[in-house]
Design a protein around this ligand. Structure first.
Ligand SMILES: [Zn+2]
Length: 533
């Protein structure tokens, strides 16, 4: 459609729609009236036609489905933006293939590769610096594992990082070495941060352009809100400046790294700033990931019983910081993947006084037990899960956890049945942020390729309605947004879909995208202009 970006529409009347409001009082209606960025009213075509004035844009959607915009409440949006200029290694099936792909980028000043997955490599091992030196020993190279908890750097990057034989073990992380004591280029957990800092030094000025590109991808997926779960003051400032220039067109909910708690005054001030870019809370990373065997477990990994994972922050430090943030009125988000991580998270959240009002949340929760689930419910803590993880993880995760623990792994239905608030997300760039894939994985008895899931996965699948709430109402709750439902007074974030998710097969659902995306009452994306009169 021509001129979508320039058009400032203050009033929109959506008529003739199959409108799913996600509000239990009036679940369906035909028409919506949007004014000054808010839903003004909903009702029948006749009701809404009465509102139409000279400047109202009329969208006759011809019976198409209208929904509140989808929300992605746990992703790393700035990482996604940056990843658009990085090398995608997701589909590489061998270390040789990785080398080939990296070599295509040899003209760059630094080569960053994303999302390699050694689980699917022919060689059955993580690459090391010698592999990467074969690509180049003159340009720094950093490649990140799909879970971002492990990265591999080449010799040039090690030199720039000042890592050598003499480097001491890294607190809350690891600098791995060859048997002769030389670093092998593999960095884990907290040590990964060093590589990210090196990367920042080389960062090109492409962020602004890439932000627009990334936003368009989000609009196409029907996402009206995204999130950034680990920002520092620099990234927040960059977002704020771009918002001032009118370059941010979707809601970005940010969560700041725990180091920023040092600057209490600024932290509190930032909470009330911005229209699109919001600082919502503070994020703490408690443990690692199951893929890297660094998620903290109460009992050792199956087949590797001495390994209980890594706790990345000492409990006492976590407790004092979390209590401080709670007192300051800041929402708390805790990354906890293993059951030990979850038990620390719940222990520390039990000490907070404002957890209900501030809506404290735990991210991932991939290994639980009955006790922990009861505690979640008692403390009223939000679970932020990633239904799409199951698609990638189910083939190997049982061997990490064993038959007993797997019954409480990647729970979804169990949490919802308990009455726990559950919000959906993707952790992009770990997985695709396509919410249709997320909903498919929440509902389907089969993976995205159509292979049947094992029983322990099947028993946790939920209804289509529940899947929709994960990415609308519940995600809005988890980020304190006044949207996720089409009710009068809500922020006018909505999407028009080609089909009704309740009436199509899951295969159709997974290949859907948005026909039209409206954010803050403005059309930001339109696949077709057929609706305009
Ligand atoms: Zn994350």
């Amino acid at each position: 459609m021509n001129g979508v970006n320039k058009m400032v529409i203050e009033e929109i009347a959506i008529l003739n729609g199959n409108i799913i409001t996600m509000d239990s009082k009036i679940p369906k209606c035909r028409a919506v009236f949007v004014k000054d960025g808010k839903v003004e009213c909903i009702g029948s075509d006749e009701d809404i036609k009465k509102k139409i004035g000279e400047k109202t844009k009329i969208l006759d959607v011809d019976g198409k489905t209208v929904l509140p915009g989808f929300k992605e409440c746990h992703m790393h949006f700035s990482e996604f933006v940056k990843s658009l200029s990085k090398v995608d290694l997701r589909d590489c099936a061998s270390i040789e293939e990785i080398k080939e792909k990296l070599k295509e980028n040899i003209e760059k000043k630094i080569i960053i590769g994303m999302s390699f997955n050694d689980e699917s490599f022919l060689e059955k091992r993580i690459p090391n610096r010698k592999d990467l030196d074969e690509v180049s020993d003159g340009i720094p190279i950093i490649i990140y594992r799909v879970d971002l908890h492990v990265c591999v750097v080449n010799s040039k990057a090690l030199e720039l990082l000042g890592i050598d034989k003499m480097s001491k073990p890294f607190e809350g992380g690891a600098i791995e070495k060859f048997s002769n004591g030389e670093p092998n280029g593999i960095l884990k957990e907290n040590a990964v941060k060093m590589a990210s800092k090196l990367e920042q030094k080389f960062q090109s000025k492409g962020f602004e352009n890439d932000l627009l590109k990334a936003s368009k991808i989000a609009f196409k997926y029907g996402l009206t809100s995204v999130s950034d779960l680990l920002v520092d003051w620099n990234i927040l400032q960059t977002y704020r400046e771009l918002e001032k220039q009118g370059k941010v067109k979707l809601h970005i909910n940010t969560y700041i790294i725990d180091e920023c708690l040092k600057d209490e005054k600024r932290l509190v001030e930032e909470l009330s700033k911005g229209k699109y870019v919001k600082l919502r809370g503070i994020k703490f990373i408690l443990d690692g990931s199951l893929g890297s065997k660094t998620a903290a477990l109460l009992e050792g990994y199956s087949g590797d019983p001495k390994n209980v994972g890594i706790m990345r922050i000492p409990y006492d430090e976590l407790e004092s910081k979390v209590i401080k943030a709670d007192q300051l009125g800041v929402q708390i988000s805790l990354h906890a993947i293993g059951d030990k991580g979850a038990s620390y998270a719940l222990e520390v959240l039990s000490k907070t006084k404002r957890r209900k009002q501030l809506r404290h949340r735990i991210e991932h929760l991939q290994v639980l037990n009955e006790n922990l689930i009861n505690k979640m419910k008692d403390l009223d803590i939000i679970a932020v899960v990633q239904p799409i993880f199951i698609n990638t993880d189910y083939p190997w995760v049982e061997s990490r956890l064993g038959q007993k623990r797997i019954q409480y792994a990647y729970t979804l239905k169990t949490l919802l049945n308990k009455g726990i608030k559950v919000a959906g997300s993707s952790d992009r760039p770990v997985e695709s942020m396509n919410p249709f894939w997320g909903m498919y994985c929440a509902v389907s008895q089969r993976d995205l390729e159509g292979n049947p899931f094992p029983e322990w996965v099947k028993k946790e699948r939920v209804t289509m309605k529940q899947a929709l709430t994960l990415f609308t109402t519940e995600a809005a709750y988890a980020t304190h947004e006044n949207s996720g439902k089409l009710v009068p007074g809500a922020v006018a974030d909505l999407i028009i879909l080609p089909e009704d998710p309740f009436k199509v097969t899951l295969d159709v659902l997974k290949s859907m995208d948005s026909l039209l995306t409206i954010i803050n009452g403005k059309v930001v994306y339109a696949k077709k202009d057929i609706f305009y009169k």
